[in-house]
Design a protein around this ligand. Structure first.
Ligand code: DAH
Length: 340
């Protein structure tokens, strides 16, 4: 700062010496007055005076810039300099996608719930009816955390957002042992799996989990809710299809497909010529899962579903490599500036 103001002071001083000093231009021009023919002298004096006033004003301005900078106000007086262009920020495409999914369910009365990414075995597996030797444990290659198994609790990075189902169901337990229901939640979050990173899969990605538990919740409620969601998300023209599937925590279980929103069901590269794309897994909450959380499975029923965020984001935004989502390359992120 010191050097900067000194330099500016020097600019003002140099200007003064050059134009207004005792040997400066104004003085030496004035000295020419005697050589000017008498009839032109008045005009010459006028011009010289204007010039002197102009030079004095300019000198005052230069001094002012200097003192502003010295007092720290930092005012830039050269208004002809081009301004700094502002690069607008943008939301991350995963955030955009998550917000879209969440807002559709919020309109149906679901509220957002959150759960830990570092989880214990009970909430990620056991309470979800995935017992110790259940093959489903191998379906989701798990990152275990070493050195955290105090009280013989095994800690891990959650492999899905289904852990939040358990935590929310456990929260409904009242002091008298009964559960306070209904539950109607949506839980977006990050999950981790020990997978080789490639263009199509990553060791961490995002899911959205949904859970609705009350008296008389049926499979028809599940189908209608998810059909409404798919239409809001992918367009009114899509058709749904529910295929029987297997998840340990739901019975019956299904996978939901919709007619391909790229080709409209005719068959294309995205839907591998089938006309259908899978969008989520779902089912009726298994009675054992309800009982594990202290909810009377004779009185209450519910449905649950889970979907990934990266895959639909890749399809909708035309992203061909999942790694782009986590590399923070601004050339990629800036492309979403105008997406809401
Ligand atoms: N947790 C499953 C997964 O990670 C997704 C899922 C399927 C969640 C069915 C659910 C469900 O709640 O009912 O692949």
């Amino acid at each position: 700062m010191e050097g900067y103001t000194t330099a500016n002071f020097q600019v003002a001083e140099n200007f003064r010496i050059k134009y207004l000093g005792t040997k400066g231009i104004v003085k030496s021009m004035m000295a020419e007055m005697k050589n000017i023919p008498a009839e032109k002298r008045k005009e010459f004096g006028q011009v010289m005076n204007d010039f002197k006033v102009f030079a004095e004003a300019k000198y005052e301005t230069l001094k002012e810039i200097n003192s502003n900078q010295q007092s720290g106000s930092g005012i830039q007086m050269d208004l002809s300099l081009p301004g700094d262009s502002l690069i607008p920020g943008s939301r991350h495409p995963i955030t955009l996608m998550r917000n879209r999914i969440v807002s559709i369910f919020q309109r149906l009365g679901f509220s957002v719930a959150d759960g830990p990414e570092i989880e214990d075995d009970w909430h990620n597996f056991t309470a979800l009816n995935i017992s110790e030797h259940h093959p489903a444990r191998d379906m989701q290659d798990t990152f275990y955390i070493q050195g955290h198994n105090s009280n013989s609790t095994e800690w891990l990075l959650r492999t899905h957002t289904s852990n939040v189902q358990i935590r929310e169901m456990e929260k409904t337990r009242q002091p008298d042992g009964k559960a306070k229901l209904p539950i109607r939640i949506i839980c977006p979050g990050r999950v981790f799996r020990n997978e080789t990173v490639s263009a199509r899969s990553h060791c961490f990605f995002h899911q959205v989990e949904g859970l609705y538990i009350d008296e008389n919740v049926s499979f028809a409620d599940l189908k209608q809710t998810l059909y409404f969601f798919a239409q809001e998300m992918y367009g009114k023209d899509i058709k749904p299809r529910f295929r029987p599937s297997y998840f340990p925590f739901t019975e019956p279980s299904a996978e939901m497909d919709i007619t391909c929103f790229i080709c409209g069901g005719k068959g294309c590269r995205i839907c591998k010529q089938t006309g259908w794309v899978e969008i989520l897994g779902c089912g009726m909450v298994h009675p054992k899962v309800l009982e594990n959380c202290g909810i009377d499975s004779n009185k209450y029923t519910g449905f649950a579903f889970g979907m990934g965020i990266e895959r639909p984001a890749m399809l909708l935004y035309g992203v061909n490599d999942i790694r782009l989502f986590s590399e923070n390359d601004v050339r990629f992120l800036r492309q979403f500036t105008s997406v809401t």
